[in-house]
Every structure is written in C-alpha cells, then in structure tokens.
Design a protein around this ligand. Structure first.
Ligand code: FES
Length: 321
C-alpha cells in the first residue's frame, strides 16, 4: 500500500468546478439528507469529482466539495486520503490495481508486478501516451481466482505474466478484452468445468424416489381436466332438461330430485321424540340442554351450590381478641 498524499503542485489544476450536469446531480444528492446533515453527501460528491476529473481527485476538487457542503477542507481531505477508492495522483486511461496480498502473492503476483514495471513503469506514473498506470493494492476479494488485477471497473483473474502482458498491450491499443478468468474457466469453478453435482438425478426427483414426477403430474392434470369437463357437460344437460320441463309445464325428474327430502328419511342421529331411544332429551339434543339450563337458571342456582362449611378450629389457633 502506497502512502496517500496529494499529487505534487505542478500537476494540480488551478481550480475545479462541477460541470452543469454534475452540479445538478450533486444538488440532488445533498437534498437527500436533512438540514444540517449535508456533509453526509461527501463521498458521492468526491466520487463524482473524480469521475469528472479523469479518474483522480485534485486539491481544488476537495476544496470545492468542502465549500459546497459547508465543511472544513481538512475534513474532506481526511476522507479523500483515507479511502483508496479516491485516487490522489493522475491515473492512466486504463488504471491497473494489482492485488499483492498473500493469496495473490503465493500465486505469482510478484511476477505480475515485474510486468507492470516493464510495460508501464514505476507505480503511480502514467505512460507517455496517457493510456496506462498501475498501483499495488490490498485484497480485492477474488482470491479464488488469484492472481488478479482490477482495471477500471473490471476484474481480470487467473493472470500469468504472459496473458497479463498481452492484456496490457490489448488495452493500450484499444483492442477488445474479456474480463474475468483468463485461463478459460467459468467463474471460480475448476478448470475444465464443474466436478460435483453433475448427476441428473439431483434435478429430476428420481434420487429421492419421486421417479418420473413430471410425467405423473402431467397425467394427473389431464385426468382432472377431463373430469371437470364431464361434470360441466352433465350440469348443462340437467339445466337444459329443467328448462324444457318448465316450458312444457311438467315436472321432470330434475324437480323431483331437487324436492326437499322428508325428515324421516334422514338416517343420522336418533330423534329425541323416538320412544325407542333410551336416552333422555337432556342428554341428546342441544335444545334439551338449553331447556335444562333455563329450568335451573336464576331460580335456585345458588341453592344447588353447597355452602362452604366453616373450618373447624384447630388447637393451635389463637383466640380472636
Ligand atoms: S488476495 Fe488477491 S484478491 Fe484476495
């Protein structure tokens, strides 16, 4: 990690101002925060200033952000120098951040540093054509594809000195490049493709005994659709027959079917009035139960409740004075 200092005076611009579009954007960011909390917009504004000023933040931009947010310039300087996402030195059109942390170092990052020095030059210097610059940074979170580098907003992984050198030349000459692993693998899976979870039974249900569940579900759906169609046809037929009967003034079989069934035909619970039933009303029907409650309520319900008998005095009880 290099020291975080402002660029030397001879590269600092005399002034900085947001252009109209960015000024408008900055005002919208500031408006997101309540009155008195405008300083909360400091990081978005510094980021926009860096974007406008060819990828780095000059001193004048720090002062302009401080003025806009009503902050002391030193407070904004502290933020700009703390976060490595803000570049304090000029950068190339293609800014290479090369990871030098342990996993990448173990996988050959030192050799990649040598490539940067050979092709670009020392860290934090821009090539004469303005195309490239580089910086060693800490882990960028793609250790499983080490060694790697971030170039502008893209990751390039599984680098070797040969493919890294070719990549830098492609960028310098404006040729298309392919971000991600440079050795042909997809994501972080093994070279040559995945080696686990390849059994088709994992995905068709056969492994858990579901067999050909898709075929079974299709058949069930078809049978349900046929049954629904047959039912609808029968109902339509019955309605038509009823309408015909109404038109001719004769009751058809449908009318008879729809007449209420006589109570005696219901075979379910025993009737309370049935003398053959040994049980009484009070036990069998809700209405009988409600009668019972009616008979005993209010009149003498307290009389049926046994009175509480006073406790017999024990020898240990003290006499009441
Ligand atoms: S160590 Fe290089 S990406 Fe994590």
């Amino acid at each position: 990690m290099s020291v975080r200092r402002l660029a030397p005076d001879h590269v600092q611009p005399a002034s900085f101002a947001f252009d109209a579009a960015n000024e408008n954007w900055a005002d919208q960011q500031i408006a997101k925060y309540p009155e008195g909390r405008q300083a909360s917009a400091v990081i978005p504004l510094l980021w926009k200033a860096q974007e406008q000023h060819h990828g780095w933040v000059p001193r004048a931009a720090i002062e302009e952000v401080a003025r806009k947010l009503g902050m002391a310039p030193m407070r904004v300087m502290e933020i700009a120098t703390f976060y490595t996402m803000f570049n304090l030195q000029p950068v190339g059109q293609h800014y290479v951040q090369l990871c030098g942390t342990t996993p990448c170092a173990l996988r050959g990052a030192e050799a990649l540093k040598k490539v940067c020095e050979d092709v670009i030059g020392p860290q934090s210097t821009v090539t004469a054509d303005g195309k490239l610059s580089w910086l060693e940074v800490e882990c960028l979170g793609a250790c499983c594809n080490a060694p790697m580098a971030q170039i502008n907003f893209d990751y390039y992984e599984d680098l070797t000195p040969a493919n890294f050198k070719a990549l830098l030349e492609d960028l310098r000459h404006g040729r298309p490049t392919k971000p991600g692993p440079q050795n042909g693998r997809t994501g972080s899976e093994p070279l040559g493709g995945g080696e686990t979870l390849k059994d088709p039974g994992l995905y068709d249900g056969s492994m858990i005994g579901a067999g050909d569940w898709q075929k079974r579900v299709t058949e069930q759906r078809k049978a349900a659709a046929e049954a629904a169609a047959a039912k609808a046809a029968a109902e339509a037929e019955a309605k038509k027959a009823a309408a015909d009967a109404a038109a001719t003034g004769t009751a058809g079989p449908t009318d008879i079917k729809e007449a209420p069934a006589p109570a005696a035909a219901s075979p379910g619970r025993p009737k309370p009035s049935d003398p053959a039933q040994p049980s009484g009303r009070a036990q069998d029907t809700p209405s009988a139960a409600s009668d019972t409650i009616k008979d005993t309520s209010a009149k003498d319900i307290s009389a049926k409740t046994p009175a509480r008998r006073p406790r017999a005095a024990k020898p240990t009880d003290k006499p009441v004075k």
